[in-house]
Write a protein that binds this ligand. Structure first.
Ligand SMILES: Nc1ncnc2c1ncn2[C@@H]1O[C@H](COP(=O)(O)OP(=O)(O)OP(=O)(O)O)[C@@H](O)[C@H]1O
Ligand SMILES: [Mg+2]
Length: 251
């Protein structure tokens, strides 16, 4: 009997090392994320969470190791990199919308420029995505006219407009007023339910418990634990994870 060829992991990081000068910020990182899985990355400040996201998107070069998206190794530079990077959507703490462009223009810009989509097609897709994140009525406004939560949902729609295979979120709700956090988390939960592969750095433990398939805990540039949310929260194995959870859960 021959087994079906398994599909490659959507994200694969193998023995990844990254230095900033003498500072070793990613230490032999091995991580595989299968298609459709939601992984929450937790860890103290400075543990390397953002650097890991940026390395996966090649915003940061790595010193050794390999990263592949959907079975294709990330090239170092050039057109192939631009194409592959378009497969990886990224949402940051700061939304970085173009202030002088309307909401719908913010969402149509990259598909037209990078994916060479027609303006009519780009607008149609943008309106569908704005509907998905619940803000079609804001389409012709400018970013400054929207709340922080609405702007972050535009940033998610903008990333989705490139039809990424993977979405990376780096503390997407950390800059928001508390009453706007849930609407962004709900949007992300919807995306997860639709089967998007997601790597999410967040301090929102409710999201980690409910939406994540897996929790990866980083400390000092290393992956120290990699388990189910339930295992991680109820039975952390390392002292570093216990210490981290003690601090955030009593906070
Ligand atoms: N561009 C840079 N140049 C030099 N050092 C950097 C740079 N970016 C990050 N670092 C250092 O690398 C380490 C990892 O930083 P990183 O931003 O990945 O941590 P983090 O886990 O995302 O932290 P936080 O929770 O505060 O966002 C830290 O010691 C940080 O000071
Ligand atoms: Mg960070």
């Amino acid at each position: 009997m021959t087994a079906a060829t398994p599909s490659p992991p959507m994200i694969k990081a193998e023995a990844v090392n990254k230095y900033f000068g003498d500072l070793h910020v990613l230490k032999d990182i091995n991580l595989e994320v299968p298609s459709g899985q939601v992984v929450v990355v937790l860890g103290p400040s400075g543990s390397g969470k953002s650097t890991l996201c940026r390395a996966i998107n090649r915003l940061e070069p790595i010193n050794s190791g390999a990263i592949a998206i959907d079975g294709t190794p990330l090239p170092a530079e050039g057109k192939a990199l631009a194409a592959l990077r378009a497969d990886v959507g990224m949402v940051f703490q700061q939304f970085n919308l173009f202030a002088h462009k309307t909401i719908v223009e913010n969402v149509t810009l990259a598909p037209q420029k990078v994916r060479k989509v027609s303006s009519a097609e780009a607008r149609k897709t943008a309106m569908e995505l704005l509907d998905r994140v619940g803000i079609t009525d804001q389409a012709d406004k400018y970013p400054a006219q929207l709340s922080g939560g609405q702007q972050q949902r535009v940033a998610i729609a903008r990333a989705l407009a490139m039809r990424p295979k993977v979405m990376l979120f780096d503390e997407p709700t950390s800059a928001l007023d508390p009453e706007m956090v849930q609407e962004v988390l709900d949007t992300m939960t919807g995306l997860a339910k639709d089967g998007m592969t997601m790597l999410v750095v967040t301090h929102e433990m409710g999201f980690a418990r409910k939406a994540a398939h897996r929790v990866v805990f980083m400390s000092d540039g290393e992956i120290v634990e990699d388990s189910t949310p339930n295992d991680f929260f109820t039975n952390p194995r390392s002292d570093r994870a216990k210490d981290f959870l003690g601090k955030i859960l009593t906070h």
